[in-house]
Design a protein around this ligand. Structure first.
Ligand SMILES: [Zn+2]
Ligand SMILES: [Zn+2]
Length: 357
């Protein structure tokens, strides 16, 4: 590396974030790799984080601004002496966080809260909205990009697709069943892809943004699109399911309204599966849930399904490239927060290409 400083998007305090010059990361532990970020994204949780909606992250800063971002592809430029599976020059994707497989949280299947750091750009480790990133425990954190696949093919695997996998698996879909996906932003679109293309379900996509519904319909991953601002959602779901309601609903919006829709739209004995992080408490209609015998499943994704989904990307069954609606260099990332963060201009996913000098 011939450069000592780099550009990086850092989070200081609620509402305070910006593109700074910072030192290029160096190897600290022998299990680290350093990689040049070749493609990254903005995630909805980044937007929530920089506006202070994830208080645990803000508290963990303790006056040290943190580089944001946890969804990326990169090229390895240096490896520590204990890194066995990766070498300089290799193209990689990464899990959204560091996973040690040894701490209690990892053993309980909750790598997001791994004692060695968890998600990039949150509690311990700087993130990927930068020119370079340090990847701790590189052997366990990195995923080789297979021969024949490009970065854009796998970019959404570790975060968006793995989150959708968690939600779709929890929905226990069988072929031919009907699932309502509430909120078809990036994760919701990925849930539509998995439900329709991999698990053989019939998908009803629900959102307030017409362009997102159109995207799902055009990609052939939803059969029906319902707009909450203009459609009688409960009525149309009932009409599409012989009056029963959806076999399962997958919520990605995490609001009182979206959960009300989920409880109302799911049939008796059905499953409500939410992958939302819920920035606010919501009230839950217990009597409705009891009388309908609903099962509610939720939680944080566990990075399951990555190998299976990589194979399905290779065969073309999973194709997320239509979600990459916007791309611009790191120079313009503040505009990305504006456009993606406010759902402007039909933006589903804002892709960050390397800084242009
Ligand atoms: Zn994310
Ligand atoms: Zn761990």
């Amino acid at each position: 590396m011939d450069q000592n400083t780099m550009k990086a998007l850092r989070y200081y305090a609620p509402g305070k974030y910006g593109l700074d010059d910072v030192p290029v990361p160096q190897i600290i532990n022998p299990t680290d790799a350093i990689a040049r970020v070749t493609l990254s994204t903005l995630c909805t949780s980044d937007v929530h984080m920089v506006h202070g909606h994830i208080p645990s992250v803000t508290e963990s800063l303790k006056g040290n601004p943190r580089i944001v971002g946890h969804e990326f592809c990169a090229e390895i430029v240096a490896v520590g002496e204990e890194v066995k599976n990766f070498k300089v020059g290799e193209r990689v994707h990464a899990k959204p966080g560091v996973e040690c497989h040894e701490c209690m949280m990892c053993k309980l299947g909750m790598p997001t809260f791994c004692a060695q750091g968890g998600v990039f750009g949150t509690s311990l480790h700087d993130g990927c909205q930068a020119e370079y990133i340090r990847i701790p425990l590189a052997d366990d954190t990195l995923i080789k990009i297979p021969e024949g696949l490009g970065e854009e093919d796998v970019l959404l695997l570790g975060d968006m697709m793995a989150t959708a996998w968690f939600g779709v698996k929890n929905a226990e879909l069988n072929p031919g069943q009907t699932v309502a996906v509430i909120g078809v932003g990036p994760v919701g679109q990925c849930a539509c892809i998995l439900a329709s293309q991999v698990f053989g379900a019939r998908v009803i996509a629900i959102d307030a943004i017409a362009s997102r519904l159109d995207a799902a319909l055009q990609a052939g991953v939803a059969e029906i699109g319902l707009n909450v601002t203009t459609d009688d959602v409960a009525g149309k779901i009932a009409a599409a399911t012989g009056g029963l309601g959806a076999d399962a609903t997958i919520d990605t919006a995490g609001t009182q309204e979206s959960m009300n829709t989920a409880f109302a739209a799911t049939r008796v004995n059905g499953i409500v599966s939410t992958v939302s992080l819920f920035s606010q408490a919501i009230s839950v209609p217990m009597q409705l849930i009891v009388f309908k015998n609903l099962t509610i499943k939720m939680g944080i994704q566990k990075c399951d399904g990555l190998d299976e989904m990589m194979e399905l990307i290779k065969t073309g069954k999973i194709d997320t490239k239509y979600l990459l609606t916007h791309r611009a260099p790191l120079n313009d990332i503040m505009k990305g927060y504006e456009v993606f963060g406010n759902h402007q201009d039909g933006c589903i996913k804002w892709v960050v290409t390397p800084y242009e000098r």
